[in-house]
Design a protein around this ligand. Structure first.
Ligand code: ZN
Length: 502
């Protein structure tokens, strides 16, 4: 082992340990913290964030990084070399923005978020417009500080923060055929018979749903001695530290599958967090997840490709009857499978089904990109938004709260983030197709509750590498192909056309 690398790893492990305490405080804030603790907690988190940022950008960090880069042993070892490449990426990102800009973004972002809340309630984009213009201006400055990649565009610098090395032009090349084929699929399905949703339209108390959710995630392979499942308002997964991965979910008595799929989604994130070699490489890029898109591929895989399959319901239904109660007695696996695979255009992204979801994302991607290429003024967002919803989803948007004011992201400068949702769906489809090819009869494994082979495959192909490969490299290595719309379309057409009888 290289001494220079070991020193760098030791330093960043200490930084990551402080950051783990911040993650724990953030988890607590969203779950059990008493309301009156809010101000104190904000102060605590800001203090740790400042210490972490200072360590990440310190002269000591720079010297350790430069020493590792100059080390012959590091250069001769592919894994260490990749790790140091990622260290450099993180260091440059952390040091490229002037403190004044970071502060301005944080302050204007939190102000804009308050205004956004009011504007959404009053369905009034004009109320939000000046604040959004300011956030976009600051975000453009941020993108300029990072700089557009060679041959790329300014928007790429923002995407890169969430999906390393991804380019808007490459994303467009996959998204455009996907949008066309999805719109066509929706038109075809509209002539078919919408499945009966009564099997999931039943009332089940939250405590029973919780027991069932725990049962499912344990069977999927989530290690409960190294994690938890709690409730919150906006579900998330927090990979706090080695041996500590926190999942959250929420329950409504109606439509128990909302919580079930929410839990399976977060569990997919959690399985990834438990799968990266964190114990050995905590604080090193080798012990971290690759990107938001790859993270989302893991959550979507367990939620949609496993959880919404007929095989899953063949296995799960007897257990669901036992744990959720009599209300499910009249139904068979086929009924649940059909009820959980509907496709219907809707206005709101977070309520969208598996097929229409990506169209919501693409509209946001197009608008963000146009804003940063200078083709679209903030002022014109509602008009373009509504026109695209009509074009892609065949819907007339009634007001801005159901339109361009529905998401919180833009208010605090999260621009370039949306595409990762669809990238996740695309990666999930491409990985799952490959896993099916390599694991033999995956359907009968799922139908008999054997999830271990699929999880082991993901562990070996994706989790074990940490950030050694970029998302595109990972995709190429695993599937021998670049990312494409084909696997996702095969998956959606393959199940929805027969369900709708068209
Ligand atoms: Zn997710």
């Amino acid at each position: 082992m290289s001494d220079a690398y070991a020193a760098l790893a030791r330093y960043s492990r200490s930084t990551a340990t402080l950051e783990a305490l911040k993650a724990l405080a953030a988890w607590d804030q969203e779950t059990y913290m008493p309301e009156a603790a809010a101000a104190g907690r904000a102060e605590q988190m800001a203090e740790i964030a400042a210490v972490v940022h200072a360590r990440r950008t310190s002269d000591q960090m720079r010297r350790l990084l430069e020493a590792a880069e100059a080390d012959a042993q590091v250069q001769g070892d592919e894994r260490l070399k990749a790790s140091v490449r990622e260290y450099r990426r993180d260091f440059d990102r952390a040091t490229k923005l002037p403190t004044s800009l970071v502060q301005a973004l944080a302050q204007k972002g939190s102000e804009a978020q308050q205004i956004w809340k009011k504007a959404r309630r009053d369905k009034d984009f004009q109320m939000f417009r000046p604040a959004l213009q300011e956030v976009v201006r600051l975000t453009r400055e941020k993108a300029r500080c990072y700089g557009a990649p060679a041959g790329g565009e300014l928007y790429d610098a923002l995407i890169d923060e969430y999906e390393p090395n991804a380019r808007a032009a490459e994303i467009e090349a996959v998204f455009t055929p996907l949008a066309e084929r999805l719109s066509r699929l929706l038109r075809t399905l509209s002539a078919g018979a919408h499945p009966d949703e009564s099997p999931i339209d039943i009332t089940i108390p939250a405590d029973r749903q919780h027991r069932f959710g725990l049962f499912v995630i344990e069977k999927l392979g989530f290690a409960m001695d190294a994690g938890r499942l709690d409730t919150t308002t906006h579900p998330f997964c927090e990979g706090v530290a080695p041996g500590d991965t926190r999942l959250t979910t929420r329950y409504h008595d109606e439509r128990f599958t909302d919580a079930l799929y929410g839990t399976m989604h977060e569990c997919g994130h959690g399985l990834y967090e438990q799968g990266v070699p964190k114990a050995r490489h905590f604080g090193e890029p080798l012990g971290e997840s690759v990107s938001l898109g790859i993270h989302e591929s893991q959550s979507r895989l367990w939620e949609n490709f496993v959880g919404r399959s007929l095989a899953f319901w063949k296995w799960a239904l007897p257990h669901a009857r036992e744990l959720l109660g009599e209300a499910l007695a009249p139904y068979g696996p086929e009924d649940l499978y059909r009820a959980t695979n509907t496709a219907r255009p809707s206005f709101v992204r977070v309520e969208a089904d598996e097929a229409t979801y990506n169209l919501h994302v693409m509209i946001r991607f197009e608008i963000e990109r146009a804003m940063f290429s200078g083709d679209l003024e903030v002022q014109a967002i509602p008009e373009v938004w509504n026109q695209r919803y009509e074009q892609y989803l065949g819907l007339k948007v009634p007001d801005d709260s159901k339109g361009c004011l529905q998401d919180v992201h833009w208010s605090f400068g999260l621009i370039g983030y949306f595409p990762t949702y669809t990238l996740g769906n695309l990666y999930a489809a491409q990985f799952f197709e490959k896993a099916q090819e390599e694991l033999g009869d995956l359907d009968s494994q799922i139908a008999s509750g054997e999830f271990a082979p699929l999880l082991a495959w993901m562990r070996e192909k994706i989790h074990a590498h940490g950030r050694r490969f970029t998302p595109a490299e990972l995709c190429q290595r695993i599937t021998a192909k670049p990312l494409s719309a084909d696997p996702l379309m095969r998956h959606l057409e393959g199940k929805l056309l027969p369900i709708y009888g068209v």
